[in-house]
Design a protein around this ligand. Structure first.
Ligand SMILES: C[S@@+](CC[C@H](N)C(=O)[O-])C[C@H]1O[C@@H](n2cnc3c(N)ncnc32)[C@H](O)[C@@H]1O
Length: 259
């Protein structure tokens, strides 16, 4: 799927060079000539990722201070929620975490809001670009700046680069969090439009078993993998145990317990 950067001057050109994405002339209006194309546009409210509205719905933007992220921060259930239990945040523990499938950073933001330092890794350029933009704005936002100071981002493929990312960070993570895409079942008309955009860009992450292997090599304590509740585990070693919620579950692969 092609993603082009809308030409709005030097900032957008730098973005296109950094992520090696083509530019599109503003006058051609964001890929209107090609309904399969997606675009990144630097607007006053932040970097937005969009495409043909009938196919993909509203453009996406990462905003850690508003919307779903803000709601989950206020009412999400703190350390009682599934992700916190899976990552071992019991009794005040705040492990260091790599989120090796960062996406829009929602899970990483939850973990950072509970006190963890989280290094996010995302391999799709356009997703990494909107996530980085959201992170920069969060660092300047009084309500979430403190949380955002615990988040960092690398644009890389975790399968090939996790070892190098860890070397650069200087300390191996205690926990690696994985939430690969899961192939969707029949009811594609019911798949939310922003998910369709995401699926068009990220695909079905069919190399998840290689990702699990790479994660197991770098995590000192555990790897946690989010799955739909009834989905099979990722091909590879059997999980040590599971934490099961209403719609999703975590498979947990333990090297040693978190103290
Ligand atoms: C389901 S989404 C993750 C959503 C994320 N947990 C959140 O809260 O926003 C999966 C993401 O993982 C990314 N991904 C999958 N395999 C990856 C890999 N090997 N390296 C880096 N990113 C990967 C995909 O590009 C996609 O953006």
């Amino acid at each position: 799927m092609t993603v082009a950067v809308v030409d709005r001057g030097p900032g957008s050109r730098a973005l296109s060079q950094h992520y090696r994405l083509p530019m599109v002339d503003q006058l051609k209006e964001k890929g209107a000539a090609d309904s399969a194309a997606l675009w990144l546009d630097m607007l006053p409210e932040g970097l937005v990722l969009g495409g043909d509205a009938a196919r993909f719905g509203h453009p996406l933007r990462v905003d850690f201070a508003e919307g779903k992220n803000a709601h989950r921060r206020r009412f999400g259930g703190g350390r009682g929620q599934l992700i916190a239990r899976a990552c071992g945040l019991k009794q005040g523990r705040t492990p260091s975490i790599i989120d090796a499938t960062a996406g829009l950073g929602r899970d990483a933001f939850v973990l950072a809001s509970l006190g963890c330092t989280v290094l996010m890794v995302e391999r799709v350029a356009a997703i990494a670009a909107v996530l980085d933009d959201g992170l920069q704005r969060a660092r300047a936002h009084p309500e979430v700046a403190e949380i955002a100071s615990r988040l960092s981002l690398r644009w890389a493929d975790s399968i090939s680069a996790l070892g190098q990312v860890v070397d650069e960070a200087g300390v191996p993570p205690q926990v690696v969090h994985l939430d690969p895409m899961f192939p969707h079942r029949e009811k594609s008309a019911l798949v939310k439009k922003d998910m369709r955009l995401f699926q068009a860009l990220a695909g079905a992450d069919e190399d998840a078993s290689q990702l699990l292997r790479a994660a197991l090599e770098v995590a000192t304590h555990r790897v946690v993998v989010k799955r739909p509740r009834k989905a099979p585990s990722i091909e590879g070693p059997a999980p040590s145990h599971q934490v099961i919620g209403k719609t999703s579950r975590y498979d947990i692969y333990v090297h040693q317990s978190l103290s």
